[in-house]
Design a protein around this ligand. Structure first.
Ligand code: ARG
Length: 475
């Protein structure tokens, strides 16, 4: 059913209709559209624009429609242009001309962005909740390996030994920032555009503040032209999703590397691996690879929307219809990706022995020698030189640092006495790194504990927002 046509003498070409219809992807906005219609209806009624009888009839029909949409009993038809026209068809099928009342004081321009904000808020909360589960999986796994050492890397070269729990826990902090970004986004997105009309507001006695409140928004638009054209909340959400994707891809890269036979640190569980159709021996870390690969489409969706918005004149332009598919795709991608990555992390076991054996390799304790000399008041530049000389001697004689003799150490620097042997062990190196956020196992444990505490607070916040949203939707 078309919502326009009075001034047209010819119907649309098939290709026009095919290009402009959005029902194939915007139908999922239906529950939010119905909820916003109920809020709009209340205002039309309270301001005397609709009789109590008509308002009652429309309310009943909208509620029935909500149930029929949820069950699939009411579905879009090929002739429906978009979610708004399909739902108005549903109303007029039930009520006849009375179904047309609801369009007063409202345009699809303010309607569609109201629906999309509600949809986005609902789904971002779901993603936030999945992120907290992922954080817990990371932090639990990190706790398991707090007392295990492994080489830490820079440039993918052995750098300094670290607690493997420290290595794992770092990812939880990246997601904590994503959750902060989501909280900021929720605040900024909680502005109702309903009442902006096509672009200029309305001459009817509407009450945008009341509809905003009913729909759970914190505030109402200040400029109606901006209200219908603003899609910052879509672009911002897509940026946050991209960054989550980037963080997931970095986990994916590590897991893939650690599961390789060259590393053989990670034993990814069968439940989160796949086989090869030709090589029977293969067990591949596909979840990790997909976590890496999916970041491409998340970043791509952000680029689509930013490019669509660039240079777009204000108020509504049909280009804006292109905001939906990228947003939906990124949300769907994360909803499917996050639980898989969480499960993969929960069920991966690491080879403690292999990691511990590798920890001191690659002269990763050389900094300890330099630091030892610094404590003895030797200028760092000289200490660095001396430690470098130890490494060079090891390299030329094919040994590790702890295999140098006392005499050799003293020959390199008179202050390299026997005491240095204490820090030339992985255990000594780890437990000496006690500065803020350092790799000493007790500190890592404390760090994990603190991260779990803020995770719980985040989860409580998200759950209460989800409860409020659900209550609003069903009220
Ligand atoms: N399907 C449209 C969209 O997604 C709805 C708004 C249409 N408004 C209009 N003036 N043609 O943007």
């Amino acid at each position: 059913m078309a919502l326009w046509g009075g001034r047209f003498s010819q119907s649309n070409a098939e290709s026009t209709f095919a290009l402009s219809r959005s029902i194939d992807f915007d139908w999922r906005l239906a529950p939010y559209d119905i909820r916003a219609s109920l809020a709009h209806l209340r205002i039309l009624h309270s301001s005397g624009l609709i009789s109590a009888q008509s308002a009652q009839a429309i309310k009943g029909a909208l509620e029935e429609l909500a149930i029929a949409v949820a069950s699939g009993a009411f579905a879009p038809q090929p002739e429906d242009e978009d979610v708004h026209s399909a739902l108005e068809r549903g109303l007029t099928e039930k009520l006849g001309a009375v179904g047309g009342f609801l369009r007063a004081g409202r345009s699809r321009n303010d309607q569609v962005t109201t629906d999309l904000r509600l949809f986005a808020i609902d789904h971002v909360l779901e993603i936030a909740s999945l992120l907290t589960s992922l954080q817990i999986a990371i932090l639990d796994k990190a706790q398991e390996y707090v007392n295990d050492s492994a080489p830490g890397f820079t440039h993918i070269q052995h750098a300094q030994p670290v607690s493997f729990g420290h290595e794992l826990a770092k990812h939880a902090h990246a997601f904590a920032r994503d959750l902060d970004r989501i909280n900021d986004w929720l605040e900024r997105t909680s502005v109702s555009p309903l009442g902006a009309g096509a672009l200029a507001g309305s001459s009817l006695p509407l009450n945008p503040a009341a509809t905003a409140k009913e729909l759970g928004f914190n505030s109402t638009f200040a400029n109606s032209i901006d209200a219908v054209s603003d899609r910052d909340y879509v672009a911002e959400a897509l940026f946050i999703f991209s960054l989550i994707g980037v963080h997931l891809s970095r986990i994916g890269e590590e897991w893939t590397l650690w599961a390789s036979s060259e590393f053989a640190w990670a034993k990814v569980s069968d439940a989160y691996s796949t086989g090869s159709s030709i090589m029977p021996q293969k067990k591949n870390p596909d979840i990790a690879e997909l976590a890496r690969g999916k970041s491409g489409r998340l970043v791509g969706n952000l680029m689509s929307v930013l490019t669509m918005l660039k240079g777009l004149p204000f108020a509504y332009n049909r280009d804006l219809q292109e905001d939906k598919e990228p947003l939906f795709d990124s949300i769907d991608t994360l909803l499917i990706l996050l639980p898989a990555v969480t499960g993969m992390i929960e069920t991966t076991d690491f080879d403690r022995e292999k990691m511990a054996l590798a920890a001191p390799l690659g002269f990763s304790l050389a900094t300890e020698i330099a630091d030892y000399l610094v404590v003895k008041k030797i200028p760092f530049a000289i200490a660095h030189e001396a430690a470098g000389a130890c490494v060079a001697l090891c390299e030329s004689t094919n040994r590790q640092l702890h295999q140098l003799t006392n005499a050799e150490l003293l020959a390199i620097h008179a202050d390299l006495d026997e005491g240095v042997r204490e820090v030339l062990t992985v255990h000594g190196a780890l437990s000496s790194r006690t500065t803020t956020g350092g790799t000493a196992p007790e500190l890592v444990s404390a760090q994990i504990k603190a991260a779990k505490k803020s995770n719980l607070a985040q989860l409580a916040l998200i759950t209460s927002k989800q409860t409020n949203f659900m209550e609003m939707m069903s009220s």
